[in-house]
Structures are given as C-alpha cells and as structure tokens.
Write a protein of this length. Structure first.
Length: 328
C-alpha cells in the first residue's frame, strides 16, 4: 500500500491506494468555506488550517483503509508547485511520518498527480493520450506517451482557467468558487450577447492567456453599471464562460490537428464544467477519438492522485529526504 499526502492549496488530503491503483481511502478536507468570505484562498490562513487538519486526515485515511503504517510501502507527498506555506505543512508531516515508520518518501509534482489520477482504478487509462488539466491553480495541455512522464505542450501565461472564472465571478458579484456559480447563471443567459476576447492569437500556439478576457469583463461591467449590469448579468456570465471554455477547447483542437492522438483526457476542477465537457465530447466524436473524463472526486485536489503519481518516482530513503524543501 502507498500513503499519499496533498496540501498544496486549500485541500488537506490523505489517501491510501494499492500499488495497482485501487483506492482504499481518499480523504479530503476542503477549506473552501473558510476562504469563501475572502473571495479566494488566503495562503497564511490555508497553512494554519492544514496544520490543524493534517494529522486527523492522515489518521482517517489509514483507518478507512484498515491499514497500519507497518503495511505502507512508502509515502508520497506533494512537493510543489503550490502555496509555499501550505506545501511545507504536508511535506513536514510526511517526513515525520516516513521517518517515524522507517519508510521511504517520494516527492511528487502536483501536476504529475493530476495526470496520474488517470491511472487509478477502476477507470484507468493507458497512454498515449492528450491531457488537459484545468483548475484554479493550473492550466496545462500535456502529451502523455508513457506513465510517469508527460510533455508540456501548452500552459497559461497568466491566470489559470479556474482562477479566471473565480475572478470573473467576483466581478459579477457571484460567490466563490466562481466556476460553478458562473455555469449556473450562464444557463439563463445568451453566450452570444457580449463579444469578449477569446485569446485566439495564433502566436500563442498551445499556450493560454486569460488576462485579456478578464480585463474585458471588468470594463464591460463598468460600462453597464448598476441596474443594467443586474439585468444583463446572466448574458455576461454566459459570454464570459463561453470565452474561457472556448479558449480551452480551441487549444485542444489545435493540439489534435496533427492527428497524433487517439484519446483525450480532461481533469482538474474546471473539467466539471458542463459546456466544456459537451464541447470536448463533440470534438472527440467528430474525430473518432476516445474521451476520458476524470471522475469528479478525482478532478479536484486529492491525495489518491499523489499516491498514484508516486508509483512512477524513485523513493528516497531516510535520511536523504529530511533535507528536502518545498518547491513553490
Ligand atoms: O482542481 P480544483 O478543485 O483546485 C485547484 O487545484 O485549483 O479546481 C478548483 C477550480 C475553481 O477555480 C473552480 O471555480 C473551478 O475549479 N470549477 C469550475 C466548476 N467547478 C469547479 N469551473 C467551471 N465549471 C465548474 N462546474
Ligand atoms: Zn490541483
């Protein structure tokens, strides 16, 4: 069995999986409510909450799996990227745990974790596939030819897709997290009603940029002002969502243009978005490609994906790992 720990943002998570990728427990304590009143994650608040939660969450994950530390082969922990203070809490906890139980420790890259969520049972996917991970912290288009590795094809140059939705929701006076709030309101709106920039600049290649559409939304809300904004809010939400999702699916189409990929996988919190899923399904159907959607509970940050990724990284023995720092 493998124990995984994840504390890179605002989820305190621990999980136990088997080396084959069976999930025995997957405990996630979300701090989302704690940060909601600030309209986003406050790093120092997150670190302190991780400190309170990490031990009980690990204990719960071991209990649910019916495992003792003696049955764990190694511990996998997110080393980065993420909020530095938040990462440090998980890393220190994992070091202590591994040291105490005489286990090797495996440093896991958070993005490798998201990709490795695709290798968990019962719906494991085999490479090669094209992978889009879009969440509050990252927007990554990756080519995966073998487990444990991927090639970065495109990344965001500024905000992450989910971050753009969260900030947009704030401008529209909606709650946090913004993605679901915008999706809900957009159902009552017309996505053609506002012409917001979609970042379709060909020079960007497969990279993403959401600062343009965010600024355009800001100016549009100012121009409309007060009652008119209130009246057009759903239309604006629909247009904004269409611009963000449109850019994601545009890059997906660009990446598929060379015909190399036979399967596409979507993960990360934004992959819960209905219009994104629908458009990705359409793109795959048109090209006769398989589409794999990461299950919802594995889309958002969790530790099962970290334990999964740990299987493809060389474990470090004690005392080598004691010197590790978090990599923000
Ligand atoms: O993967 P995740 O839980 O955490 C990070 O690693 O960031 O992703 C959270 C992000 C938030 O920005 C949230 O607004 C977005 O995913 N999100 C959505 C939806 N559900 C969550 N975005 C669009 N549509 C949704 N239904
Ligand atoms: Zn993440």
């Amino acid at each position: 069995m493998i124990l995984g720990l994840e504390t890179s943002c605002d989820e305190t998570a621990a999980a136990v999986i088997t080396v084959d990728g069976d999930i025995l427990s997957n405990v996630v304590a979300s701090q989302s409510e704690l940060h909601a009143r600030f309209g986003g994650v406050v790093p120092e608040v997150a670190s302190r909450r991780h400190l309170e939660l990490v031990s009980p969450v690990v204990r719960e994950a071991l209990d649910q799996a019916g495992a003792s530390t003696g049955e764990i082969e190694y511990v996998g922990v997110t080393r980065g990227p993420g909020l530095i203070g938040a990462l440090l809490v998980g890393l220190a906890a994992a070091k202590g745990l591994a040291w105490g139980a005489g286990l090797p420790l495996v440093p896991v890259d958070h993005l490798h974790g998201h990709v490795a969520s695709l290798y968990l049972l019962p719906a494991s996917v085999d490479p090669p596939f094209l992978c889009l991970i879009a969440s509050g912290g990252h927007t990554l288009l990756a080519g995966v030819r073998e487990r444990g590795r991927f090639e970065v094809l495109g990344q965001t140059r500024d905000d992450a897709a989910g971050e753009a939705l969260d900030k947009g929701a704030r401008l529209l006076g909606l709650g946090f997290p913004g993605g679901p709030a915008i999706e809900l309101l957009a159902e009552d709106g017309d996505r053609e009603s506002f012409d917001l920039p979609r970042g379709m600049d060909r020079d960007a290649g497969l990279d993403f940029s959401f600062s343009g559409v965010k600024t355009a939304l800001l100016y549009t809300t100012r121009e409309l002002g007060g009652r008119e904004l209130e009246r057009r809010r759903a239309d604006l939400a629909a247009s904004y969502q269409a611009a963000v999702v449109g850019q994601l699916t545009d890059r997906l189409e660009r990446a598929l243009a060379d015909g190399e990929w036979e399967a596409v996988a979507l993960g990360g919190g934004v992959a819960a978005n209905g219009p994104l899923r629908a458009r990705a399904a359409e793109i795959c159907r048109e090209r006769g490609l398989r589409l794999k959607l990461v299950p919802a509970e594995l889309c958002t940050d969790n530790a099962a994906m970290i334990a999964s990724a740990a299987r493809f990284v060389e474990p470090a023995p004690y005392p080598e790992y004691l010197a590790w720092d978090a990599a923000a």
